[in-house]
Design a protein around this ligand. Structure first.
Ligand code: ADP
Ligand code: MG
Length: 624
């Protein structure tokens, strides 16, 4: 860390020295040209001047040569041509100014990208290193890599939780900012799930490790961010490809200037003024800055191209259970049928749901627990995504799920009334015939309506609810939010819905929680996973993972994307205009090479400044 810092310091000092000597040189040469100074540069013998240029520019020339040997043109190729042409017409001072500004530009670029990356690197530095593990009743501190899944670790106040796991004892407030970007601490007690790299603030905990090292949510996040960095290579390729088109154009203009106007000075000026690498900087720095700023706030963007897609997205599809709703449904009513009792219905349902991870299963188990019903052990348990579950319980075939799953599920006035209130109906069948209906209510997340309005204000034209739930339930919810809906969808129907919009040329963003909707998230142009902390599927399938359950982050993601693209477009338009102007002036012989050299470095600084604005958080709904 200290090394990195001192290295950065050295670089900054060198950059400053470069700027100062560049400016001095510039003033001297301009002064000479305007006749205000004696020919100072003439005091320096030409070979020494040339040597200064070659030594100062060596690292860049080497890169350009290497690329050229592999028949590749890079952004610096043009600059090198500019330097060469300035030397060719005997203006070593002009060449030196180009080289100096080129090196300064590089340093500034590195400084800005470093700042963007630091947000990401700060994250990696938070990885836990040691754990206090309990073995044979004795606590000992070991490197975190030596903890085994299933072992118990002790976390004292102020310490970092070293593993993902379940709290088995103790009480603490946990600061989860490392994972969620949220600084409000949460309470953790027996049964709570806690994450590696988060901090136990007050109180201590005993945690049974369920995942360690790279498998933890934190480990995954770090890996994802590394991948997002790898996508930088894509952008770089685009830049180099651009240079490959730009270079021949510039070379053509330079050749024309030389052939038609027979003015080597103007020719050199053309090459020098064109050699700005601003266009190469315009995109990657902005993307990186936004990804870095997002990571700090619990928004993981897996690559720059997703920002591009988000910025032009016009369709927002939303999963219901766990996404639009809190995902903590509670059983409100049990309607027994055909002589069964409410207890029979719940007993059958809770046994069947014993091993399901669906939020509705948890609601059923909770309701049974409250009534003191002990579940029986299910056999041949089977989960049918988007439909329900079935299993053999004490010799009977039990099924629990949506109307579509239970053939002959009755339509009962009392149950239908519950569905119209937005409650989810679960039908329970024994040996093929319905024995009851369980109704569960799940609250809509309170921040959703405002978040949807904010998304609309950001240009999302169509918002639609996609759910595997029953028609009346979906209708009730959709009406409350004022959006259209589709009900009774299986996971593959959700994919089909996404595809249909894509087929008509729309750019689709899908928000889901990864339960039964991971394939649709992956199919969407941009899949956004809510509350991805702790959910592998959601993190893997989505393109953007929100590490906390907070709908205000959804419009914020759109806002970040739009702002990024605005900055990129402004960057590109500005430099294109600037270069065009510079090229015309230079070709007409109105721009002496030395001015061209100074002029070419200006837009670079402008772009870096403009892009680093993105490091500041974008306002979502409230700018929170
Ligand atoms: P959503 O599309 O709203 O997120 P899901 O696709 O997860 O919902 O589930 C769709 C429907 O399938 C639920 O409304 C429920 O009727 C049924 N279902 C799914 N899993 C289960 C389960 N474990 N137990 C009971 N019903 C289930
Ligand atoms: Mg869901």
């Amino acid at each position: 860390m200290a090394d990195a810092r001192s290295e950065r310091f050295t670089r900054q000092v060198l950059a400053l020295l470069g700027v100062v000597s560049g400016v001095v040189l510039f003033v001297v040469v301009v002064g000479e040209q305007l006749g205000l100074l004696e020919r100072l540069t003439a005091w320096v013998p030409r070979p020494i001047g040339v040597a200064i240029v070659l030594i100062a520019g060596y690292p860049v020339f080497r890169k350009v040569l290497r690329a050229a040997l592999r028949r590749r043109i890079i952004a610096h190729t043009l600059m090198t041509l500019g330097v060469a042409s300035a030397l060719a017409i005997g203006q070593w001072a002009t060449a030196a100014v180009v080289v100096l500004f080129m090196r300064v530009g590089d340093s500034v670029e590195r400084f800005t990208t470093d700042r963007a990356r630091r947000a990401v690197r700060d994250l990696t530095a938070m990885a836990p290193r040691t754990a206090r593990v309990v073995r044979g009743g004795i606590e000992s501190e070991v490197p975190v890599g030596e903890v085994r899944v299933g072992e118990t670790v002790v976390v004292r106040p102020g310490e970092q939780i070293p593993v993902d796991g379940e709290v088995i004892d103790g009480q603490a407030t946990v600061d989860q900012a490392a994972i969620t970007g949220e600084s409000m601490p949460v309470e953790a007690g027996p049964g709570s799930v806690v994450f590696a790299a988060t901090l136990a603030r007050l109180g201590s905990l005993r945690v049974r490790a369920s995942r360690i090292g790279r498998d933890t949510t934190f480990g995954r996040v770090v890996r994802l961010v590394e991948q997002a960095e790898a996508h930088r290579a894509d952008v770089q390729r685009v830049v180099d490809r651009f240079s490959a088109y730009y270079l021949p154009v510039v070379a053509g203009i330079a050749a024309l200037t030389l052939l038609v106007r027979r003015d080597p000075l103007a020719t050199a000026a053309v090459l020098v003024v064109a050699c700005s690498c601003s266009l190469a900087l315009a995109t990657p720095v902005a993307l990186l800055a936004s990804i870095g700023a997002g990571a700090k706030r619990g928004v993981l963007i897996k690559g720059g191209r997703h920002l591009e897609a988000l910025a032009r997205a016009d369709v927002l599809l939303i999963d219901k259970t766990g996404t639009l709703t809190l995902g903590r449904p509670r059983v409100t009513d049990v309607i027994p049928l055909d002589g069964a009792s409410a207890r029979d219905v719940l007993r059958a349902a809770t046994s069947c749901e014993r091993y399901s991870e669906h939020p509705l299963a948890e609601a059923v188990r909770e309701a049974a627990r409250e009534r003191g019903i002990v579940p029986a052990e299910p056999e041949h348990f089977e989960a049918l995504p988007g439909l329900g579950v079935r299993a053999r319980v004490q010799g009977h075939a039990i099924a629990v799920g949506s109307r579509r799953m239970i053939p002959g599920a009755p339509s009962i006035a009392a149950a239908d009334a519950l569905a119209r209130q937005g409650k989810t109906l679960l039908f329970v069948a024994r040996d093929g015939s319905p024995i009851g209906i369980v109704a569960a209510a799940d609250a809509v997340r309170p921040e959703v309506p405002a978040a949807l309005d904010a998304a609309r204000a950001l240009g999302v034209r169509h918002i639609e609810l996609l759910t595997g739930d029953n028609e009346p339930t979906a209708a009730a919810l959709a009406a409350r939010l004022g959006i259209p809906y589709r009900a009774n969808l299986l996971p593959e129907d959700k994919i089909a819905a996404v595809r249909a919009y894509q087929g008509s040329g729309r750019t689709v963003v899908m928000v889901g929680d990864g339960v039964n909707d991971a394939p649709a998230l992956a199919q969407a142009d941009v899949g956004i996973a809510m509350g991805a902390a702790g959910s592998d599927v959601a993190i893997e399938a989505a393109h953007v993972a929100l590490m906390r359950d907070d709908w205000t982050l959804v419009p914020e993601v759109f806002a970040i994307a739009r702002r990024t693209m605005r900055v990129i477009r402004a960057n590109i338009a500005l430099t294109a205009l600037y270069n065009l102007l510079g090229l015309s002036l230079a070709a007409m012989g109105l721009l002496p090479p030395i001015f061209a050299a100074a002029a070419q470095s200006l837009p670079d600084l402008g772009i870096l400044g403009n892009s680093s604005r993105l490091l500041r958080p974008a306002g979502g709904i409230s700018g929170r």
